[in-house]
Design a binder for this molecule. Structure first.
Ligand code: DHB
Ligand code: FE
Length: 278
């Protein structure tokens, strides 16, 4: 049976891609951010996942406002990166795991989740940059299954619904008959707002409470409506839904092996967490 070995949550910000392209990892602005990934690199080298299931949000590369699925699951043999207009070099393509993708699709459909299935899918900075943070040599040693949660076009799925999705993904991984070592990655957040009168909004107190809650009271954030989460974390901070789904996939109690919180990266309060089943 497949084994779910751990979950990683991290922010995704296009500026990270620019810093990587320019080799700015030792620059004073960037050093504390990049250095924080060292414990995660050590864990990955030891834990050696074969497959990574990635909760992220597409920002207009694969889906646009005219057609916006709430939940979309990749079932492609390969996922390419493409130009989003940020001026970033595109990163090497990612190998998919169609058999595991279809297993997840079957299981989630059987649990009444209505999914969009994507046998072709390009992946944006929310997918590629966290991968480049985990594997700086950009030689991806894992196959990937991308799961997109809409946090761009309102109405968004509720925190409770994203928690339930994550739980169902965790159950589906656990009953996959292959003996793969599977890890889960959630990208986005923490608090940030890129638009409107509150552009630049960051809420450190809320972010830290949210990170604590993932260990101590993991369903805490599901009590908030989407407008409440936007109020607390910012319009784009609502990307924390990806962290919630990741935590839900891990199921019962977890141990946090590493965490970091760093303000700001661009307009974003950047967070990092590595959790393993307790
Ligand atoms: C920024 C943050 C994001 O999550 C994103 O998708 C794009 C930009 C930022 O802070 O610049
Ligand atoms: Fe984003």
């Amino acid at each position: 049976m497949a084994q779910l070995i751990g979950g990683i949550c991290t922010s995704h910000v296009p500026a990270i891609g620019r810093a990587i392209a320019k080799g700015l990892q030792q620059d004073p602005y960037w050093k504390p951010f990049f250095d924080a990934f060292a414990p995660v690199h050590r864990w990955l080298a030891e834990a050696r996942p074969d497959v990574l299931v990635v909760f992220y949000n597409d920002h207009g590369l694969n889906f646009f406002l005219d057609k916006m699925p709430t939940f979309a699951l990749g079932a492609a043999p390969q996922y390419r990166n493409a130009d989003e207009g940020w001026g970033l070099p595109t990163l090497p393509a990612f190998e998919g795991h169609p058999a595991l993708s279809w297993h997840l699709i079957e299981q989630l459909m059987a649990e009444d989740f209505d999914l969009t299935t994507c046998q072709e899918m390009v992946v944006d900075h929310a997918f590629t940059l966290p991968m480049a943070l985990l594997w700086p040599d950009q030689q991806w040693p894992v196959k990937v299954v991308p799961i997109c949660i809409n946090t761009v076009q309102f109405p968004l799925p509720s925190a409770r619904r994203c928690w339930a999705l994550g739980e169902a993904v965790g159950r589906a991984i656990a009953c996959w008959p292959g003996d793969a070592r599977v890890a889960v990655l959630g990208t986005g957040g923490l608090s940030h707002q890129l638009d409107g009168q509150r552009a630049g909004f960051i809420n450190k107190a809320f972010d830290l409470q949210f990170m604590d809650s993932l260990v101590n009271d993991p369903e805490w954030a599901t009590r908030f409506s989407i407008p409440e989460l936007v109020e607390k974390a910012g319009t784009q901070g609502v990307e924390l839904l990806m962290w919630l789904a990741t935590r839900a996939a891990l199921g019962g109690p977890v141990r946090c092996l590493h965490r970091n919180y760093h303000i700001p990266i661009s307009n974003t309060a950047s967070g990092l967490m590595l959790m393993v089943p307790a």
